[in-house]
Design a protein around this ligand. Structure first.
Ligand code: FCB
Length: 408
């Protein structure tokens, strides 16, 4: 990745946004996850069901998001809605997504469209998902339909969200469908996702040459649990395998580097494949404590990740960053600390061009179900009523302050 890529002048100079993903907010989906939920594989046997009811409320949600003062919004298209049966495309679903994109634009938000955010159509999953040799090619047929439908309305694409998180949760830890525990398949599926991305990159550039295409890479900073050489080497190895390998394999075929950053983990040779999310009260610096997912709050890690990412010579978008907590004051502290970390990196010369808070709305957090609350906007799941949290207004103020300094 020697070629330096610049941020195009026709885009907003800084994208201030929030993010969601189809299965987590839409409701009424039928995909590999709904089968998994029906099989009782989610904590407390929860099912995504109506999720945050966003499919029915998309337009009013967009006006709420716009009140945050954002100029961008990251969402995903649900493959299982668009191609419910192999080779059969649902024209209504496609035109509804196009309408949604138009509504985002009408509300002053640049759409950032994710093509794969963990879920698969059932027909695709049943035949082996991305592991089937033809998997990437089947994905491209769907990608073509979406990109042609969107035309020039969408000029920012995330092909695949967090390939390594998908690979390990689905094929190594077995906590996501298809629930496997197989290291070889974990690597193979990640290679298939890389192939799918590369194909999608060329395809999107052919249909929409001006579009920016990349992936959202989950960056988890691995620190050695102890000073023992085994832990130190393990931390470095995990860092390469989990954080860097996909970026390097995709190489120049990414116009920006998407980074999802939440936390760090501690690598210990005692459990080489399951880094620990914290060292407990004593071992963690834990100045800001842990989130209610048990994740260590470590804003310095965002600065570190950004400084390291500079070497890839691409503009950087923070495609996700956020916290699940019932304590909104802690959300504000988390947000402040991470935005400050981002600004420090920018001052040091890192070319950061966007920040998307995860998430706009409370939503269905995969195997954790509905308990985690990541939203700037609270959702009452009984009534589907939305309430802006204080952190939402705080984010808006931070955006306004930065915009006043020209960051917009
Ligand atoms: C990321 C996922 C996103 C959400 C957040 C909390 O890994 O991309 O869907 O679950 O974590």
């Amino acid at each position: 990745m020697r070629n330096q890529v610049e941020w195009p002048s026709e885009f907003p100079q800084f994208l201030w946004g929030t993010a969601t993903a189809s299965h987590q907010v839409e409701g009424g989906n039928r995909n590999d996850w709904t089968l998994w939920e029906d099989a009782g594989r989610i904590k407390r046997q929860e099912k995504s069901g109506q999720a945050s009811g966003h499919w029915e409320r998309a337009e009013s949600d967009f006006s709420l998001f716009a009140e945050l003062g954002v100029n961008a919004y990251r969402f995903s298209v649900e493959w299982s809605r668009v191609e419910p049966r192999q080779g059969e495309f649902d024209v209504e679903a496609l035109s509804k997504y196009r309408q949604m994109v138009q509504q985002m634009r009408d509300h002053g938000m640049e759409p950032c469209l994710t093509l794969h955010h963990f879920t698969l159509p059932q027909w695709f999953a049943m035949d082996g998902g991305f592991l089937q040799p033809d998997g990437p090619r089947m994905f491209l047929r769907y990608v073509r339909r979406v990109v042609e439908t969107m035309g020039s309305l969408v000029r920012l694409y995330v092909t695949i969200n967090e390939p390594m998180v998908y690979a390990v949760n689905s094929y190594l830890y077995g906590v996501w469908p298809p629930g496997q525990h197989n290291l070889a398949r974990t690597l193979r599926v990640s290679n298939q996702l890389i192939a799918a991305h590369k194909g999608a990159y060329h395809l999107i550039k052919t249909v929409q040459p001006g579009a920016l295409v990349g992936l959202a890479h989950h960056i988890n900073l691995f620190e050695p649990w102890s000073t023992s050489p085994a832990d130190v080497v393990l931390a470095r190895t995990l860092h390469h395998l989990f954080n860097r390998r996909v970026i390097l394999a995709v190489g120049d075929l990414q116009d920006y580097l998407g980074i999802n950053y939440y936390t760090r983990s501690f690598a210990t040779i005692r459990h080489p494949f399951t880094p620990q999310s914290s060292r407990g009260e004593n071992g963690s610096r834990a100045e800001l404590g842990l989130t209610d997912m048990g994740w260590d709050i470590y804003p310095e890690g965002l600065e570190q990740a950004l400084l390291e990412a500079r070497a890839f010579n691409r503009p950087i978008l923070i495609t996700e960053n956020g916290i699940s907590t019932p304590d909104d004051a802690l959300r504000i502290r988390y947000l402040d600390a991470h935005l400050d970390a981002m600004h420090r990196a920018i001052e040091k010369g890192v070319n950061v061009r966007g920040y998307f808070y995860w998430s706009a709305l409370d939503n269905f957090e995969w195997d954790e179900g509905f308990a985690p609350r990541f939203g700037l906007i609270e959702v009452n799941y009984d009534t589907m009523e939305r309430v802006m949290r204080k952190s939402a207004y705080h984010y808006r103020d931070r955006i306004l302050q930065s915009a006043a300094r020209g960051m917009k």
